[in-house]
Design a binder for this molecule. Structure first.
Ligand SMILES: Cc1ncc(COP(=O)(O)O)c(C=O)c1O
Length: 318
């Protein structure tokens, strides 16, 4: 490594927030399983008062994920949905949000069946067409919320183009980066104001815990989200924080294998006579293959495909 050069992704994954324990030298971060902390006298403590507000294992994970996404701060929540819910909670009745029309189903369920009743207004557009995003903006639009690639149709949005529209209108751009992970896509570097993940997927990487994170770029975002951790309490437990800290140590290595497998499975499916259509940005006939090559550094492992009927699909899924 050249002197003064920034540590690379895999190095940050292993070292940021993952420093040896000061008290014992343990190389794995300790799990601080405590609800509260002793105080020398009322109000005099070591920065930790009550575990809903702060926990050292959680702090370590938040530092790590902020470093991997290139954000200033990260705040973790009890699931991906809790993280998305926290973002929406920062809005006010009367605010409008422009969303992608092919988001993970739980996201519009939260927006339409919970938050619409509290006076928030949501419009759904094809965000792969940046002009459609621009046309959907209203005077009261505060946020554009996208997934790229989308779950399940693997459609892409040009983050840089949509970010330029959002900047012009002073609207925040939030990107759900769950499908690519920070290893293959860095939305903040492309102009996003906040990034959200279901850490349940690639970041944890072992299917043994739910979690969510919001990565911020401005101090006021982090302040609001830290307040919501304290006020609403949908925090991530120290054990689950530790599982993700352990999981991200192998993120770079896992994503390379995911990408390799994803490409070969997609190719196999594309050549299968019973498969009608394959949705994978790594295939040359994906309508946004060139955008995928530009804004992602790999294609990942998420693939969807059409079998022609529900009966055929049921026949494939055990
Ligand atoms: C893209 C995306 N965002 C958010 C979520 C919600 O995350 P969680 O299941 O951790 O609440 C999911 C879940 O599948 C997802 O696929």
């Amino acid at each position: 490594m050249k002197k003064n050069s920034q540590p690379g992704f895999a190095t940050r994954a292993i070292h940021v927030g993952q420093e040896a324990d000061e008290a014992t030298g343990a190389v794995a971060p300790p799990i601080y399983a405590t609800s509260t902390y002793v105080q020398e006298e009322i109000g005099k403590h070591k920065g930790y008062e009550y575990a809903r507000v702060s926990n050292l294992t959680r702090d370590r994970l938040e530092q790590n994920l902020a470093a991997l996404e290139g954000g200033t701060t990260a705040k973790v929540f009890s699931s991906g949905m809790a993280a998305i819910n926290a973002i929406v909670t920062t809005l006010k009745a009367g605010d409008h949000v422009v969303c992608g029309h092919n988001l993970y189903g739980g996201t519009p369920r939260l927006f339409n069946q919970v938050w619409a009743d509290f006076g928030l207004d949501f419009s759904y557009v094809d965000t792969s067409v940046p002009q459609d995003v621009e046309r959907a903006l209203k005077k009261n639009t505060r946020m554009v919320f996208i997934e790229t690639p989308t779950n399940p149709l693997m459609a892409l949005t040009d983050i840089r183009a949509v970010s330029a529209i959002c900047r012009k209108k002073k609207v925040d751009l939030v990107v759900d980066n769950t499908f690519m992970s920070p290893y293959f896509q860095q939305p903040i570097a492309l102009g996003a104001d906040m990034v959200v993940h279901s850490t349940t997927k690639f970041l944890n990487g072992h299917s043994d815990g739910l979690g969510g994170v919001v990565v911020c770029t401005r101090p006021e975002q982090a302040e609001k989200l830290a307040f919501l951790q304290k006020a609403a309490g949908a925090i991530l437990s120290p054990f689950e924080c530790w599982l993700i800290l352990r999981g991200v140590k192998t993120l770079a290595a896992r994503m390379r294998v995911h990408d390799e497998s994803g490409r070969s499975v997609a190719k196999f499916l594309a050549g299968h006579k019973k498969v009608k259509k394959v949705f994978y940005p790594g295939l040359e006939d994906h309508p946004q293959h060139s955008l995928a090559k530009k804004q992602m550094s790999g294609f990942g492992a998420m693939i969807s495909f059409e079998t022609g009927s529900l009966a055929n699909a049921n026949g494939i899924c055990p």
